[in-house]
Write a protein that binds this ligand. Structure first.
Ligand SMILES: [Zn+2]
Length: 309
């Protein structure tokens, strides 16, 4: 099944903008360095997909084996991650490996709803996805960081009406019942629809509205749903000159200091290649906030949510 055009159209643009921002950051680094946030980071949106890790039949033979991705996390002060990988083998491997613990990284595993790319477009009405989630939840993760899954997602809804798909509804209710967080890449309309299925669920809004819902709309949704949180990768309008926060977003982060998290969204291998720059970019704008707020958004909010020490 063809992928919606919309997904592919914004990504290269975002990467191009990011590349420009990285150049600006280098130019400003001398003056910005002193104020950058230097505490631990919780990466709340990490994929370790088969393009990076290798396919299930040849695990750890891809361009970014475990040793590579763990070194990237370690040198950037990333001490915990929400791992959600297509297929789930990548998250399982991160949790299982003694190398991950040795690198000082705690894995918070989420069940990805996708076995392959075709699942992006039909998961919300596909009973076999629901069955896969049940089986994966029953299995949990094994090895060095064995334990239960802590969430489901990331999932995408390119048409917000599909939030009312039968499997979308069942999965929201499954998450609420089992106290699983949900990582969703959706628009603001879908937030209302998803929360109607499971009003107490902990919903993490991937990118906090990648389509560009204005800060005022995000404010209204945060006020309406106390369990809604925002992850800030690819968020349009977040940063302005010199990689610092734009005024409306700075005000929103200060209004809800306990509700936001940062993430890498390593959805393609280029994001792994830019992992250092991504994390440096976060440290620049986090440094623009009062130190206690920077620490909450950089680390405490994610760590507190999942009991990471
Ligand atoms: Zn993602």
């Amino acid at each position: 099944m063809a992928r919606p055009q919309r997904l592919w159209s914004f990504r290269p643009l975002a990467l191009a903008r990011y590349a420009q921002a990285a150049i600006v950051l280098v130019a400003f680094s001398a003056s910005a360095q002193a104020a950058d946030y230097s505490g631990p980071l919780f990466d709340a949106h990490l994929h370790y997909n088969e393009e990076a890790f290798g396919p299930p039949q040849a695990a750890n033979t891809g361009p970014h084996p475990l040793s590579d991705v763990l070194a990237r996390m370690q040198r950037n002060g990333v001490r915990a991650i929400i791992a959600n990988s297509r297929p789930n083998d990548g998250s399982q491997a991160l949790a299982a490996s003694p190398q991950t613990r040795a690198a000082g990284v705690t894995v918070v595993p989420f069940i990805r709803l996708y076995r392959n790319r075709a699942d992006y477009d039909s998961w919300f009405r596909d009973e076999t996805i629901y069955e896969m989630v049940q089986a994966e939840f029953a299995r949990g993760v094994t090895g060095a960081q064995a334990g239960p899954y802590k969430g489901i997602g990331e999932f995408h809804l390119y048409d917000s009406a599909n939030a009312n798909g039968p499997v979308a509804k069942k999965l929201m209710q499954f998450a609420e019942k089992n106290k699983l967080a949900v990582l969703s890449h959706v628009d603001d309309v879908a937030i209302d629809l998803l929360m109607a299925h499971a009003p107490k669920v902990r919903l993490i809004w991937a990118h906090t509205g990648i389509g560009g819902a204005p800060a005022s709309r995000v404010d209204a949704l945060f006020a309406r749903y106390p369990t809604l949180m925002g992850e800030l990768s690819y968020r349009p309008g977040l940063t302005c000159d010199g990689g610092k926060l734009c005024a409306d977003w700075r005000a929103l982060l200060l209004k809800y200091p306990d509700r936001f998290m940062i993430g890498s969204d390593t959805w393609v291998n280029q994001r792994w290649q830019y992992y250092d720059e991504l994390m440096k970019g976060y440290r620049v704008w986090l440094g623009d906030l009062p130190p206690d707020v920077a620490r909450k958004i950089g680390w405490d909010n994610g760590a507190g949510l999942f009991g990471v020490k």
